[in-house]
Design a protein around this ligand. Sequence first.
Ligand code: SF4
Length: 501
Amino acid sequence: MKTLYVEDLAASVAAALQQVSHTHPADFVAALRRARDRETQPAARGALEQLLVNSRMSREARRPVCQDTGIANVYLKLGVEVRLATKSGGAVPGLQDVIDDAVGRAYTDPANPLRATVVADPLGRRRNTRNNAPGLVHVELVAGDAIEVVVAAKGGGGDVKARYKVLTPSDSIVDWILNEIPTLGAGWCPPGVIGIGVGGAGPDETMRLAKEALYTPIDIESLLAKGAETPEESLRVELYQRINDLKIGAQGLGGDTTVLDVKVASAPCHAAMLPVALIPNCAATRFVRFSLDGTGPARFEAEDGAAWDDIPDQLSVPDGIRVDLRSLAKGDVAGWRRGQTLLLNGALLTARDAAHKRLHQMLERGDPLPVDLRDRVLFYVGPVDAVRDEVIGPAGPTTSARMDGYLDEMMGLGLLATVGKAERTQPAVDAIRRHRGAYLVAVGGAAYLASRCIVASRVVAFEDLGMEAIYEFEVRDFPVTVGVDATGASLHRYIPIRSEY
Ligand code: SF4
């Protein structure tokens, strides 16, 4: 038996969560570069460039790549010859407690605080646990005297798009997946990796297969070069090519790369069934693998920076149209056209789910609103807390469609345009057309870059909502693409527009 200390496990998991928050895996960066270099569509190419610049900036600043810093997913392969102990010789806590302690430490690290996303009582008050615990912990007992660990921070936009279906053995997995992919929309912030689980003794195993498959290096180029040798590899190659042929593209803007790789894992299943699960990993792909062998906690030295060589450390958008938000009028907005790149300058208001709900309730009661939306632009965002000299922490867009039920009401108050990520629903597109407004797409997963465009910030209403309060940001050259213009033309043309979110 080999003795491993739970303190070393906790310290390693905490350090891993900090590491992945700001540093993409090098193979992911290399795949993003290839996608950018091949991209033929300007809007998608611009989004890929932003993701790359954001990746470099986040790594250098050691600040999160995305404002959704994810839920901690920890997979432990625990050798049966390992004896867990504490350094003090006291009672050994349960592994869930060990990991939760690590998650709490990582997410409240004062040098790089991460956004706490977990709510304790989903059917009750939905109280935020404030330190992002509990994490998801999966333990497998394996042969050996070491612990193999995968630590991932999984954003909500990917997991919310998970799919599961029990096909019959004669059904086509490819057909089912190609049918599902467009329905994911762009809320999972492509490009990323799709994990596919096939088989398994029950739905939980199929889903786990799909998710764990995501936590392996991107190697589709070498698979394409050598050729598929197994049914799993054949499925990977076919799906990689056919999903990208759908032309959904980076951020759903229409383009050549939607997936950087497709991973497939399979397991034995019931003879009468063909269960399949699909889970995306987004532009904020964050995971690391390490092993503990009793020699102390894992160390995460700075990765070789070669992956980021030649990526600029700030964004340049030579074809961007500068927009002065201080003098913006309805006529200006009505002149914007789908696909144009704008650089916003001036004051942006922010609001997301909770603020919209409260504004709506105030309108219903006939109460005066704390903000005047007339001739303003509203950014759907919930930033990370600032540290040191930051004006605001990473502040990327959230999924706009969640606010679609309120859009007509807000535009009726004189709101000119909104900024967020992914496609809108049909009623929202109709509202934009009716009010001659616009919807502007910011790049999901480029949150640190976005925060560097914000030069001043103040809370203007609902301070008690924390990161969901209404802020006024002063922005400088904040890059957005016209996603829906005043004619109702949408850039998300390869994604079916739904009637409701
Ligand atoms: S990149 Fe998009 S889906 Fe991923 S964590 Fe960030 S906002 Fe969520």
